[in-house]
Ligand binder design. Structure first.
Ligand code: ZN
Length: 293
């Protein structure tokens, strides 16, 4: 098995986008705190239409004022070509674009069919490349769809083949609604492999899924400090896998993440204050195994 795991912290974007809107200054403080934890990658903002997602209306200001730690790679999520142009203009060199494997989820999320999204992504990739930036395509509902149920791994594989053919630099599989289980991870990865996996802990299987994927050779994962971010179709449900729970487990397995767990827990406490509610992360509640204070 591998000795190093690359984590991407997604609380400032994925986390806050699924919470009630918070002040610009609080978003900046959260990015700055995370930038000092040793985590090597942060998904900082998304460039979406403010009418669609008011939580991210201040993306330009947040990014302009946040600490850009030279040791951290920052990325922005975009829904379409217009968003990619804004992200590049703001200085991002790593762009993520999302498409759902299930057509119903894509229509609910992006108001168009999966095929229409794929056509837009095909046009977006050369624009991003011309600007010297890279494109990661996130295939949402890869492990199941809350509207359609099971998603055939062959369908995910077909989307991956299409976007790789169109020049995508990286592929991620997303489990936005927490339907993945170790069995589903094995079934999908037997058919097609991503560069990165994005799990939610909606039904308590987040760490089990990561462990399963690690055993299958995947070494890049998204996680959100405190488990920030809910489930878009289940108000009050648990969100992303909590970064400190992932780091706690990986470090005990002897795997390097670059992250300082104590600083990460401080950032998780800040995330809790920012959203004004108790977060569900077990490591945030219990602390690391040893406490010096
Ligand atoms: Zn997520």
């Amino acid at each position: 098995m591998t000795t190093a795991v690359s984590l991407r912290e997604v609380a400032p974007r994925d986390g806050l986008q699924n919470e009630e809107p918070v002040p610009t200054e609080a978003k900046i403080r959260l990015i700055d705190a995370l930038s000092g934890t040793g985590v090597r990658r942060i998904e900082a903002v998304s460039f979406v239409h403010p009418r669609a997602i008011p939580q991210m209306a201040d993306a330009d200001e947040v990014w302009a004022k946040a600490w850009h730690n030279p040791d951290v790679r920052y990325s922005a999520l975009v829904p379409n070509t217009r968003g990619a142009q804004r992200a590049i203009a703001a200085g991002f060199r790593e762009i993520e674009v999302v498409v759902s494997a299930s057509d119903t989820h894509n229509r609910r999320n992006l108001n168009r069919s999966t095929v229409d999204s794929l056509d837009d992504i095909a046009g977006l990739i050369p624009l991003v490349h011309e600007a010297g930036a890279t494109v990661e395509v996130i295939v949402a509902t890869s492990f199941g769809c809350p509207f359609e149920g099971d998603v055939d791994p062959a369908r995910v594989a077909a989307i991956v083949a299409r976007v790789r053919g169109d020049g995508a630099d990286r592929i991620a599989f997303g489990d936005t609604t927490g339907m993945a289980t170790p069995r589903r991870v094995r079934d999908l990865l037997a058919e097609v492999r991503p560069d990165l996996l994005h799990f939610h802990d909606t039904r308590g299987t987040g760490l089990a899924n990561i462990l399963t994927a690690l055993e299958l050779g995947i070494t890049e994962f998204d996680a959100s400090v405190g488990g920030l971010g809910g489930c878009p179709y289940a108000p009050g449900a648990t969100g992303n896998v909590a970064t400190e729970e992932v780091v706690h487990m990986l470090h005990d397995m002897g795997l390097d993440t670059g992250v300082d767990l104590d600083r990460l827990i401080v950032a998780a406490e800040l995330a809790e204050r920012v959203v004004g509610r108790r977060l569900s992360s077990g490591v945030l509640r219990a602390g690391p195994r040893t406490r010096l204070v």
